[in-house]
Ligand binder design. Structure first.
Ligand code: AMP
Ligand code: FE
Ligand code: FE
Ligand code: ZN
Length: 300
């Protein structure tokens, strides 16, 4: 049996390009013995993925990745992004379902405003093209029960296809990111709200890819981690495709300092990004450690 796990994956339920039911097989072929599906702000892909995982006997972790407001002390500092991973959540938890609905509505209000700004800058794309992109991804059709999260990556895809940019990166730099010409804020969860929702659903909450917070130095990161810890944070994602070996060491020390568990994964998005499944070679013990913690939490 393989001794690796990958605890951070996306499917067509958010902005990945593989259907949830196809992921277990792909994971097994990549040499994994355990994996987590952690779609952005939705649990819609978990049931189909769990069923497929059961058939081929690979350990499956129901998860989610919640986007939250990184401005913890409301000082308005320009941070990067704050994503919180929930592992071992109940896929049918009503609290998470409510959050999913709220975030679908937040994006549904924001996305057309992004298109308006693009149109005002002479970029001729329509919101219908974006919706078509999100809903006709390869192999998504048979998962009829899934309501897809429609987000900026889908807008980026239309911008590429229409020839306005050459890459997703350019789409975010030029138009969609905070410094881009069509940037539009949306309603975001508070960090406390996100952590509480994960706990209420029986899961463990971990800080995803800390480098994406874009904090100025280690001292700022420690203050940030300390605050999240007071809000109930359980873990930190130490291994991730955006982390250099030195980052993995820094974040592992941070985890030890604040008695946090560690998690790790590729952040696989299918063909939308270049990262491969199992690229982080996360030891299976990381999965077992989280599983045991989740179990003792639920029986406490
Ligand atoms: P949304 O949730 O609709 O605001 O879109 C955010 C998603 O876009 C993130 O979760 C990432 O998957 C993706 N994203 C954000 N910034 C970038 C970037 N600079 N390059 C590529 N993808 C990005
Ligand atoms: Fe994503
Ligand atoms: Fe993320
Ligand atoms: Zn992710």
């Amino acid at each position: 049996m393989s001794d690796c796990c990958d605890l951070h994956l996306h499917s067509t339920a958010s902005d990945g390009t593989d259907a949830p039911r196809d992921l277990p097989r792909l994971c097994r072929d990549a040499g994994l013995s355990a994996f987590a599906l952690t779609d952005h702000d939705t649990t819609a892909g978990l049931a189909a993925c769990a069923a497929a995982a059961k058939k081929i006997k690979i350990d499956f972790v129901p998860g989610i990745e919640l986007s939250a407001n990184p401005d913890l002390d409301h000082t308005g500092k320009p941070f990067g992004t704050l994503h919180l991973l929930g592992h071992f959540i109940d896929p049918d938890d009503p609290g998470l379902a409510t959050i999913t609905q709220r975030m679908i509505e937040a994006r549904a209000q924001r996305n057309p405003r992004i298109i308006e700004k693009l149109n005002a800058q002479g970029v001729r794309i329509t919101y219908q093209q974006v919706l078509d992109r999100a809903r006709t991804l390869p192999a998504a059709d048979e998962d009829k029960q899934i309501e897809t999260i429609v987000g900026r990556p889908h807008i980026a895809q239309v911008l590429i296809e229409a020839g306005y940019v050459k890459s997703i990166h350019e789409a975010f730099t030029k138009y969609l990111g905070p410094a881009g010409g069509a940037y539009t804020r949306r309603d975001r969860l508070g960090a406390a709200e996100a952590i509480d929702a994960i706990h209420a659903a029986g899961g463990l909450a971990s800080l995803a890819h800390p480098v994406q917070l874009k904090l100025p130095d280690d001292a700022a990161l420690e203050r940030f981690a300390a605050k999240l810890k007071t809000l109930g944070l359980d873990g930190i994602e130490t291994r991730h495709s955006d982390h250099a070996p030195a980052d993995v060491q820094r974040f592992t020390r941070l985890a030890e300092r604040f008695t946090l568990r560690t998690t790790g994964g590729s952040d696989y998005h299918g063909s939308r990004k270049t990262v491969r499944l199992n690229s982080q070679a996360v030891p299976r013990a990381v999965y077992e450690n989280l599983r045991d913690a989740a179990m003792s939490r639920s029986t406490a």
